[in-house]
Design a protein. Structure first.
Lengths: 96, 147
Protein backbone atom coordinates (compact mmCIF):
# COMPACT_ATOMS: atom_id res chain seq x y z
CA UNK A 1 0.00 0.00 0.00
CA UNK A 2 1.71 3.17 -1.17
CA UNK A 3 0.71 6.60 -0.02
CA UNK A 4 2.29 9.78 -1.33
CA UNK A 5 3.41 12.20 1.36
CA UNK A 6 4.21 15.80 0.48
CA UNK A 7 7.09 17.12 2.53
CA UNK A 8 7.43 20.83 3.41
CA UNK A 9 10.70 22.70 2.72
CA UNK A 10 11.74 22.72 6.37
CA UNK A 11 11.62 18.90 6.62
CA UNK A 12 13.33 18.10 3.33
CA UNK A 13 16.63 17.76 5.15
CA UNK A 14 15.25 14.38 6.26
CA UNK A 15 14.21 13.28 2.78
CA UNK A 16 17.37 14.19 0.90
CA UNK A 17 15.63 17.19 -0.60
CA UNK A 18 12.67 15.20 -1.93
CA UNK A 19 9.39 17.14 -2.06
CA UNK A 20 7.31 13.97 -1.95
CA UNK A 21 8.05 10.51 -0.67
CA UNK A 22 6.18 7.26 -0.55
CA UNK A 23 5.17 5.64 2.74
CA UNK A 24 2.81 2.97 4.04
CA UNK A 25 0.28 2.52 6.79
CA UNK A 26 -3.38 1.93 7.53
CA UNK A 27 -3.46 4.83 9.96
CA UNK A 28 -1.62 8.13 10.25
CA UNK A 29 0.47 6.90 13.17
CA UNK A 30 1.52 3.81 11.17
CA UNK A 31 2.35 6.07 8.23
CA UNK A 32 4.54 8.25 10.44
CA UNK A 33 6.39 5.13 11.69
CA UNK A 34 6.92 4.12 8.08
CA UNK A 35 8.29 7.61 7.30
CA UNK A 36 10.60 7.37 10.31
CA UNK A 37 11.98 4.02 9.13
CA UNK A 38 13.06 5.55 5.83
CA UNK A 39 13.85 9.05 7.07
CA UNK A 40 15.15 8.82 10.65
CA UNK A 41 14.45 11.89 12.76
CA UNK A 42 11.37 13.07 10.94
CA UNK A 43 8.92 11.56 13.43
CA UNK A 44 10.15 13.76 16.25
CA UNK A 45 9.35 16.82 14.15
CA UNK A 46 5.76 15.68 13.68
CA UNK A 47 4.67 14.23 17.00
CA UNK A 48 5.46 14.73 20.66
CA UNK A 49 4.96 12.88 23.89
CA UNK A 50 2.22 14.34 26.03
CA UNK A 51 1.42 12.76 29.38
CA UNK A 52 2.56 9.37 28.13
CA UNK A 53 0.64 9.44 24.87
CA UNK A 54 1.86 10.46 21.44
CA UNK A 55 0.20 13.49 19.89
CA UNK A 56 0.54 15.54 16.76
CA UNK A 57 2.65 18.61 17.46
CA UNK A 58 0.60 21.77 17.98
CA UNK A 59 2.20 23.68 15.09
CA UNK A 60 2.25 20.89 12.54
CA UNK A 61 -0.68 20.39 10.19
CA UNK A 62 -1.25 17.14 8.32
CA UNK A 63 -3.94 16.71 5.69
CA UNK A 64 -5.36 13.55 4.20
CA UNK A 65 -7.00 14.18 0.85
CA UNK A 66 -7.34 17.90 1.57
CA UNK A 67 -8.78 17.39 5.05
CA UNK A 68 -7.06 18.45 8.27
CA UNK A 69 -6.46 15.22 10.23
CA UNK A 70 -7.50 16.95 13.46
CA UNK A 71 -11.07 16.70 12.19
CA UNK A 72 -10.81 13.02 11.27
CA UNK A 73 -9.19 11.31 14.20
CA UNK A 74 -5.73 12.91 14.29
CA UNK A 75 -3.03 10.23 14.54
CA UNK A 76 -5.74 7.56 14.42
CA UNK A 77 -7.05 8.79 11.07
CA UNK A 78 -7.44 5.91 8.62
CA UNK A 79 -5.57 5.68 5.33
CA UNK A 80 -6.21 3.75 2.17
CA UNK A 81 -4.13 3.01 -0.90
CA UNK A 82 -3.85 6.05 -3.13
CA UNK A 83 -4.60 8.59 -0.43
CA UNK A 84 -2.59 11.76 -0.54
CA UNK A 85 -1.00 13.15 2.60
CA UNK A 86 0.31 16.70 2.89
CA UNK A 87 2.40 18.00 5.79
CA UNK A 88 2.49 21.76 6.39
CA UNK A 89 4.02 23.59 9.32
CA UNK A 90 1.70 26.20 10.80
CA UNK A 91 2.33 29.77 9.78
CA UNK A 92 2.08 31.41 13.16
CA UNK A 93 3.88 33.65 15.60
CA UNK A 94 3.33 36.93 17.31
CA UNK A 95 4.56 39.25 19.98
CA UNK A 96 3.52 36.97 22.83
CA UNK B 1 17.83 42.61 0.76
CA UNK B 2 14.11 42.71 0.27
CA UNK B 3 12.91 44.53 -2.81
CA UNK B 4 9.22 45.38 -2.71
CA UNK B 5 7.11 47.66 -4.88
CA UNK B 6 5.41 50.69 -3.41
CA UNK B 7 1.85 49.44 -4.02
CA UNK B 8 2.51 46.16 -2.18
CA UNK B 9 4.34 47.97 0.63
CA UNK B 10 1.35 50.29 1.03
CA UNK B 11 -1.06 47.34 1.01
CA UNK B 12 0.83 45.58 3.81
CA UNK B 13 0.88 48.75 5.91
CA UNK B 14 -2.82 49.38 5.24
CA UNK B 15 -3.65 45.82 6.30
CA UNK B 16 -1.68 46.18 9.54
CA UNK B 17 -3.37 49.50 10.36
CA UNK B 18 -6.83 48.21 9.52
CA UNK B 19 -6.54 45.14 11.75
CA UNK B 20 -4.87 46.95 14.66
CA UNK B 21 -4.93 46.08 17.57
CA UNK B 22 -5.23 42.50 16.28
CA UNK B 23 -2.09 41.22 14.56
CA UNK B 24 -2.47 41.22 10.77
CA UNK B 25 -0.84 38.45 8.74
CA UNK B 26 -0.32 37.33 5.17
CA UNK B 27 2.17 36.62 2.44
CA UNK B 28 3.48 38.09 -0.76
CA UNK B 29 4.14 35.16 -3.07
CA UNK B 30 6.07 34.99 -6.32
CA UNK B 31 7.35 32.62 -9.01
CA UNK B 32 9.54 29.83 -7.58
CA UNK B 33 13.19 30.89 -7.46
CA UNK B 34 12.49 34.48 -8.51
CA UNK B 35 12.65 36.15 -5.06
CA UNK B 36 10.07 38.53 -6.55
CA UNK B 37 7.28 39.69 -4.25
CA UNK B 38 4.60 39.58 -6.92
CA UNK B 39 1.20 38.69 -5.46
CA UNK B 40 -0.12 39.89 -2.13
CA UNK B 41 -2.30 37.43 -0.23
CA UNK B 42 -4.01 38.73 2.91
CA UNK B 43 -4.70 35.99 5.43
CA UNK B 44 -7.14 35.93 8.32
CA UNK B 45 -5.58 35.79 11.78
CA UNK B 46 -7.50 32.79 13.13
CA UNK B 47 -6.23 33.60 16.63
CA UNK B 48 -7.80 37.09 16.42
CA UNK B 49 -5.29 38.22 19.02
CA UNK B 50 -3.21 41.35 19.64
CA UNK B 51 -0.24 39.16 20.63
CA UNK B 52 -0.49 36.09 18.42
CA UNK B 53 -1.30 35.14 14.86
CA UNK B 54 -2.00 31.87 13.12
CA UNK B 55 -3.47 30.99 9.74
CA UNK B 56 -6.56 28.84 9.85
CA UNK B 57 -5.45 25.32 8.89
CA UNK B 58 -7.87 25.09 5.95
CA UNK B 59 -6.80 28.52 4.67
CA UNK B 60 -3.17 27.42 4.99
CA UNK B 61 -3.82 24.31 2.93
CA UNK B 62 -5.67 26.25 0.23
CA UNK B 63 -2.87 28.81 0.02
CA UNK B 64 -0.14 26.18 -0.43
CA UNK B 65 -2.27 24.29 -2.94
CA UNK B 66 -2.81 27.49 -4.92
CA UNK B 67 0.92 28.30 -4.87
CA UNK B 68 1.67 24.76 -5.99
CA UNK B 69 -0.76 25.05 -8.92
CA UNK B 70 0.76 28.39 -9.95
CA UNK B 71 4.43 27.44 -9.43
CA UNK B 72 4.75 30.04 -6.71
CA UNK B 73 6.38 30.10 -3.30
CA UNK B 74 6.30 32.39 -0.26
CA UNK B 75 8.59 35.38 -0.87
CA UNK B 76 7.43 37.57 2.01
CA UNK B 77 5.74 36.26 5.16
CA UNK B 78 4.47 39.24 7.12
CA UNK B 79 2.65 40.01 10.31
CA UNK B 80 2.19 42.98 12.56
CA UNK B 81 3.05 43.65 16.16
CA UNK B 82 0.56 46.07 17.65
CA UNK B 83 2.21 46.73 21.00
CA UNK B 84 5.87 45.97 20.48
CA UNK B 85 8.67 46.75 18.06
CA UNK B 86 8.96 45.25 14.58
CA UNK B 87 11.44 42.59 15.64
CA UNK B 88 10.83 38.80 15.64
CA UNK B 89 9.74 37.45 19.02
CA UNK B 90 10.94 34.14 20.45
CA UNK B 91 7.71 32.58 19.13
CA UNK B 92 8.27 34.07 15.67
CA UNK B 93 11.74 32.57 15.58
CA UNK B 94 10.69 29.14 16.86
CA UNK B 95 7.88 28.85 14.35
CA UNK B 96 9.61 30.28 11.29
CA UNK B 97 9.59 27.43 8.79
CA UNK B 98 10.36 29.01 5.42
CA UNK B 99 14.15 29.54 5.27
CA UNK B 100 13.85 31.03 1.79
CA UNK B 101 11.37 33.74 2.74
CA UNK B 102 11.73 37.32 3.91
CA UNK B 103 10.00 37.70 7.26
CA UNK B 104 8.50 41.18 7.39
CA UNK B 105 7.30 42.77 10.61
CA UNK B 106 5.20 45.89 10.72
CA UNK B 107 4.70 47.61 14.05
CA UNK B 108 1.55 49.66 14.49
CA UNK B 109 2.25 50.53 18.12
CA UNK B 110 2.83 54.20 17.44
CA UNK B 111 -0.24 55.26 15.45
CA UNK B 112 -2.59 52.26 15.61
CA UNK B 113 -5.42 52.58 13.09
CA UNK B 114 -4.49 56.17 12.30
CA UNK B 115 -2.36 57.63 9.54
CA UNK B 116 1.31 58.03 10.34
CA UNK B 117 4.56 56.18 9.90
CA UNK B 118 5.03 52.56 10.92
CA UNK B 119 8.10 50.46 11.56
CA UNK B 120 8.56 48.14 8.54
CA UNK B 121 11.51 45.76 8.85
CA UNK B 122 12.59 42.57 7.14
CA UNK B 123 14.55 39.55 8.35
CA UNK B 124 15.84 36.16 7.36
CA UNK B 125 15.12 33.54 9.99
CA UNK B 126 17.12 30.36 9.41
CA UNK B 127 17.66 27.65 12.03
CA UNK B 128 16.77 30.07 14.80
CA UNK B 129 19.16 32.76 13.60
CA UNK B 130 17.68 36.17 12.80
CA UNK B 131 19.43 38.42 10.30
CA UNK B 132 17.95 41.81 9.54
CA UNK B 133 18.14 42.96 5.94
CA UNK B 134 17.66 46.16 4.04
CA UNK B 135 14.24 46.97 2.58
CA UNK B 136 14.20 48.73 -0.79
CA UNK B 137 10.88 50.10 -1.98
CA UNK B 138 10.71 50.55 -5.73
CA UNK B 139 8.12 51.84 -8.20
CA UNK B 140 7.64 48.41 -9.72
CA UNK B 141 9.60 45.24 -9.21
CA UNK B 142 11.45 44.41 -12.43
CA UNK B 143 10.56 40.99 -13.76
CA UNK B 144 12.71 39.55 -16.56
CA UNK B 145 14.29 42.65 -18.10
CA UNK B 146 17.20 44.07 -16.16
CA UNK B 147 16.55 47.82 -16.23
Amino acid sequence: MAIEVRIPTILRTYTGGEKAVSAEGASLSALIDSLEADHPGIKDRLVEDKDGSTELRRFVNIYINDEDVRFIGSLGAELADGDQVVILPAVAGGAR
Amino acid sequence: MLQIDQATYDALVAHAKRDHPVEACGMVVGPIGSDRAARHVEMVNAAGSPTFYEYDSTDLFQLYKEMDDRDEEPVVIYHSHSETEAYPSVTDIELASEPGAHYVLVSTREHGNNPGPVEFRSYRIIDGVVTEEEVTVVGTVPSEESS
